[in-house]
Ligand binder design. Structure first.
Ligand code: 3JN
Length: 303
């Protein structure tokens, strides 16, 4: 239900001429060129990879368009706000024409972390992710579909994904981490506006089609009561508490798929440290992890 007068769909020359139907109307896909933003466009939602964003976001911004960009190209740029609307909506005010949408794994993590950081102060975070193949795109989905039929394609990943867990998302860096792990660490610091938080991450691809799941271990500065944490999370916008282990209720990837919220459960004390807590956090990586968050940013811009 996003309000608009005109909608233009742009893509590479390969897709130009095809049609996209939105709200009962057909739109012909146009080729994206340097002149595309000469039209009276207020907001552009970019999701065509970092190379396209690097080139075309500044062109659009120079013409008065506000770009909401889903790639990692601009996320850590000091001139570009990195926004999750439930967490740091105020940061959109200092945009200079480009606003970055965080990585899917970061978005769903920072939503429940925000109220904890505000009330108790976060000292350290340990992220362990269980990420769906849809995060890789069509090839990832095909590898899992075919792999489940006993036919390992290995087109998206260096190893079979069916029946496996691959501790390898995006490329390996010199420090031994993957780029996905470093995205989670760096983006969390920027969104929460606090570089002092100690963070480590292990990101893992699992044979799940939709929704990323995350185990988040947190050390807080101040003591807390578990019931207060549950209440705080239940009341936070965008969070749905699913925490009733006696009735086998906890967040699940298949249930989160197709939904816009972040689901949180298995909330329990980490007895191994002072003020430690564990959360299990699940969200649709394509919705809240990408599209929903982008549209929420555009809605904030209109407001
Ligand atoms: O693998 C996932 O689950 C998330 C993938 C994200 C991704 C894939 C290719 C390029 C990104 C991202 O959003 O960080 C990028 C990128 O723009 O760097």
């Amino acid at each position: 239900n996003f309000p608009f007068e005109n909608l233009y769909i742009m893509a590479s020359a390969k897709s130009a001429g095809t049609t996209v139907t939105f709200k009962g109307k057909d739109y012909v896909v146009e080729e994206l060129t340097e002149n595309s933003f000469d039209k009276p466009i207020d907001i552009a939602l970019f999701s065509a990879g970092g190379t396209i964003s690097e080139k075309f976001a500044p062109i659009a911004a120079a013409k008065g368009v506000v770009v909401v960009d889903n790639s990692s190209a601009w996320r850590m740029n000091k001139e570009v706000p990195l926004v999750v609307p439930e967490v740091n909506p105020e940061d959109i005010k200092w945009n200079k024409g480009i606003i970055a949408n965080p990585n899917c794994s970061t978005i769903q993590a920072v939503v429940p972390l925000k109220p904890l950081h505000d009330k108790y102060g976060i000292k350290r975070i340990v992220y362990s992710t269980y990420q769906a193949v849809s995060g890789t795109g069509v090839k990832g989905i095909k590898d899992l579909e075919e792999g489940l039929r006993g036919n390992d394609l290995n087109q998206a990943y260096p190893h079979p994904i069916a029946g496996n867990c691959l501790p390898h998302i995006d490329v390996f860096l010199e420090n031994g981490y993957t780029k996905e792990e470093m995205k989670m660490i760096n983006e969390t610091h920027k969104i929460l506006g606090d570089d002092k938080i100690k963070i480590t991450a292990t990101t893992v691809r699992v044979p799940v089609f939709d929704s990323h799941s995350e185990s988040i271990n947190i050390e807080l500065e101040k003591p807390f009561e578990i019931e207060d944490i549950k209440k705080l999370l239940a009341e936070f916008p965008g969070v749905v508490l699913q925490d009733d282990p006696d009735n086998n209720i906890y967040p699940l990837a298949r249930e989160a798929a197709g939904k816009d919220e972040v689901f949180v459960g298995r909330i329990r004390r980490d007895f191994s440290v002072d003020n430690g807590i564990n959360l299990w956090v699940v969200a649709d990586n394509i919705r809240k992890g990408a599209a929903t968050n982008t549209v929420q940013i555009a809605e904030l811009l209109i407001k």
